[in-house]
Design a protein around this ligand. Structure first.
Ligand code: BDR
Ligand code: CA
Length: 313
């Protein structure tokens, strides 16, 4: 596999953290051009600092981190401290960053990077509300041909929502941005709750992180143990779902996932169902397919991949 150029757009978040670490641990397959932060799980100042701390933890402080948008396009910001804790990365003591954020705004850097790239050459990996990506598309639509594909964690159909009965958090926080991105005409791959609710962390896997005997393993164990308490109580399942790393796992091992190429639209009008991903799974409309919508995962293979890669850091 030749190396794929990627940008990660993120709001860390413990599950974002594992996604970032998984990418940083996979330099042979992934050429991480930079990380752009956005307001989501916690406000922008914290998501930005968290991204810097994760690069420090992985001993890759040279990774460029850019702060993006501090609020959604239209609606007021909704955060998720009830899931992720006050800092967004509660559960581990992470090293203070030795480097600073890049000076350029994350949206401007995304535009500049795409415009200077070949057509079809950069994959945008989204772990968060899609504010930055939508802003970039609105500000500079000429970036579109440069995008190879957008692989995003967001949405849910068969599983319903996790922040409202019908909406998943990333889409709900900025439904207008999601609507813009889903209509952009470039290839889109979604990792919805229908996938991530089948990727449940088991105690043995968590202990495997701890047993790596490294700073990364200890931090991952601490963060994941804190993070899963919320979902264990909520769903009463045997383990909490691990969302954002599915995006990077898809780039590394697409064979772990299954789905269909279908039409997906975002609800942006009704307050009751705001941010719902309306998936035409059974092809009952004449709306054009726009998304590869995954709904199956080989969970054992996914968790093993993460353990194997994190052991390299
Ligand atoms: C998504 O919402 C956030 O809380 C997680 O980091 C993930 O990106 C899951 O719905
Ligand atoms: Ca996230």
């Amino acid at each position: 596999m030749s190396s794929q150029k990627i940008i990660i757009d993120t709001d860390p978040g413990q599950d974002d953290a594992i996604g970032i670490l998984l990418a940083l641990a996979s330099p042979e397959e992934l050429d991480l051009l930079g990380i752009v932060t956005v307001a989501g799980n916690v406000p922008l100042e914290l998501t930005s600092r968290n991204a810097l701390m994760l690069c420090e933890l992985a001993k890759k402080p040279e990774t460029k981190v850019f702060a993006g948008c501090s609020r959604p396009l239209v609606r007021p910001l909704v955060t998720a401290e009830h899931v992720h804790g006050k800092t967004g990365l509660d559960g581990a003591d992470l090293p203070d960053p030795t480097t600073s954020l890049q000076k350029q705004h994350g949206v401007d850097w995304t535009i500049e990077t795409l415009l200077s790239a070949e057509d079809n050459s950069i994959t945008i990996c989204c772990f968060a509300p899609l504010t930055n990506v939508a802003m970039a598309m609105i500000k500079a639509p000429e970036i579109l041909p440069k995008i190879n594909r957008i692989v995003m964690m967001g949405g849910g159909y068969f599983e319903g929502g996790n922040i409202t009965p019908t909406a998943e958090f990333n889409i709900y926080v900025d439904p207008h941005a999601a609507n813009t991105v889903l209509r952009c005409g470039r290839p889109i791959v979604m990792m919805p709750l229908d996938v991530t609710h089948k990727a449940l962390m088991q105690r043995k896997w968590l202990e495997g992180l701890r047993d790596l005997g490294s700073a990364v393993g200890d931090a991952a164990y601490g963060m994941m143990s804190f993070y899963e308490r919320f979902d264990l109580e909520k769903y009463g399942s045997s383990g909490g779902p691990l969302h954002d790393p599915t995006v990077i796992a898809y780039l590394l091992k697409p064979e772990l996932f299954e789905g269909r190429y279908v039409n997906v639209e975002i609800e942006i009008h009704s307050e009751l169902t705001m941010g719902m991903t309306v998936v035409d799974w059974w092809n009952v409309t004449d709306r054009q397919p726009n998304v590869t919508y995954n709904n199956q995962i080989n969970a054992d293979g996914f968790f093993q991949l993460i353990l194997d890669r994190l052991s390299l850091l």
